[in-house]
Design a protein. Structure first.
Length: 63
């Protein structure tokens, strides 16, 4: 009998995302090689939508 509760969550200890070299955020998926924040790896254009606002704090941190 396989358990799906508390014991399963103990195995979730690997990093899924690494630092993106375009935007500097920890949003680059390790296996997919696509950044969830800026879209690097999937497209040359910056990932942006009309409903979202990017933090200006992040820009100060990475430069």
């Amino acid at each position: 009998m396989a358990t799906n509760g508390k014991p399963s969550f103990g195995k979730k200890n690997k990093k899924t995302h690494i630092i993106c070299r375009r935007c500097g955020r920890v949003a680059m998926h390790k296996t997919k090689r696509i950044c969830a924040a800026c879209g690097f790896g999937a497209t040359a254009k910056l990932r942006k939508y009309s409903w979202q606002t990017k933090n200006k704090i992040n820009k100060k941190i990475r430069k």
